[in-house]
Write a protein that binds this ligand. Structure first.
Ligand SMILES: [Zn+2]
Length: 305
């Protein structure tokens, strides 16, 4: 029997602390007045300006040339913006990647939204209809083409990720060649055009581990803005565990683990788990405690990839 997982998963990057207030995006005068009294975080390259309290908020007057993205308003009506520029506004050592910064839930929600927008704007400077240069509009929620008037919206790429188990509640993990030695994780992949989430789960697990899954259940989602993914998490039961084998291309090794063996292998340093920010790690942690037996917390050395 498999133990039921907590729903929804508690996912570290799935935080929404402000009202996105989309109705303000069409009112440039309102956006300007919110900006004048707003809290403005700075994004440069792929890094945020931070200090020991998390994101640093700047005064609008101290800011030079760059793009402004409206992120929303909090319960007191304070507006938050991300300022995206090519120039540093503080010493370089004060800038940190999202995964390095120590952020509270409000800051995580702002940073994930802001980074998603900033990376999309940077990668989409031209109109896909006519090739002309485009410019941000509606507080950064859109890019507009001045030539053909097309509007372009930020893209989000859906990817499924799945915790696969056999009927004895062992999990099956896979290893990619490019990962650090001993690093294993759950199976995942992008949803293809015209495909449902469920069909993507079945296809990815078959492709990567050669097994069929059933009893697919949705267990949560979180944005993964590196640069534009949305991870949609499922659990599934493997019908034919004896057929499991790596595809030899994307996945070069697989591993069956029960709760005792995962602890033993972590101790023996023959297993390295996915990073704490990832959906994969949250799914493994949720499975580990799902049978209700008291055990030490899963401890794995920090590894980003
Ligand atoms: Zn155009």
């Amino acid at each position: 029997m498999v133990a039921p997982l907590n729903f929804p998963l508690n996912l570290p990057l799935a935080k929404s602390g402000v009202d996105r207030a989309a109705h303000f995006r069409l009112d440039q005068g309102k956006l300007d007045s919110l900006w004048a009294q707003g809290k403005i975080t700075h994004f440069n390259g792929e890094k945020f300006l931070t200090d020991e309290n998390g994101l640093v908020f700047l005064e609008p007057t101290s800011i030079g040339h760059g793009e402004r993205y409206f992120l929303g308003v909090d319960g007191s009506g304070v507006a938050y913006f991300l300022f995206h520029s090519e120039t540093l506004l503080a010493p370089e050592e004060n800038y940190h990647l999202l995964r390095e910064a120590q952020l509270n839930d409000l800051h995580i929600g702002l940073a994930v939204h802001g980074q998603s927008l900033a990376l999309w704007h940077k990668r989409h400077p031209h109109c896909s209809m006519c090739g002309a240069g485009t410019a941000p509009a509606q507080g950064g929620a859109v890019r507009k083409c001045p030539s053909c008037e097309a509007e372009h919206y930020p893209r989000t790429d859906p990817a499924i990720i799945v915790l696969t188990r056999d009927s004895n509640d062992r999990i099956l993990l896979g290893r990619q060649q490019v990962w650090p030695e001993h690093r294993f994780s759950t199976f995942a992949g992008f949803v293809e055009p015209g495909e449902s989430f469920e069909a993507a789960v079945v296809r990815e697990v078959k492709e990567e581990a050669n097994v069929k899954v059933h009893s697919i259940e949705y267990i949560g989602s979180q944005p993964w803005p590196f640069p534009a993914s949305l991870m949609i998490a499922f659990s599934a039961i493997i019908e034919d565990p004896s057929n499991a084998k790596p595809d030899g291309e994307e996945i070069v090794d697989i591993k069956w683990l029960d709760r005792d063996s995962i602890v033993e292998q972590l101790k023996a340093e023959t297993l390295l788990l996915p990073p704490p920010l990832s959906v994969a790690r949250a799914m493994i942690d949720a499975w580990y405690i799902a049978d209700g037996v008291e055990r030490p917390r899963l401890d794995s050395p920090e590894s980003w990839r």
